[in-house]
Design a protein around this ligand. Sequence first.
Ligand SMILES: [Zn+2]
Length: 136
Amino acid sequence: MPVRKRPAALKLADYYMGRDRLHRDELTRELRANARETLRRVNNLLRRAGIMCKVTSGWRPAAINAAVPGAAKNSKHLHCVAVDLEDRSGTLDAWCMENLDALEELGLWLEHPAATPGWCHLQIQPPRSGSRVFNP
Ligand SMILES: [Zn+2]
């Protein structure tokens, strides 16, 4: 029987990046639930795409977000509803753009690839515009 390779799923530890220990007080039950849901949806997407990716930015406690150049003041990363994945070649961004129906089905929104060179930003909440693919 042929064995189908499955990309390794992202784990909460990948998402928290050790910040759950350093900023424990900020990580509420609600944020933890958000993080689980974000990973559930993104892991589904990666499985469908057959792509393996590393998290380059997951949860950002307030002090960390404030230190990220260009980060939005009310970034979705603060609330554990967004993730950045390494995407140097743009393969994942391209797959997302060609499979917007999959994003819609899974409840994911994509920051426009032109705004995210080298990474892919996905979030589980719609942006203010409501567009599946949005500009920051
Ligand atoms: Zn991001």
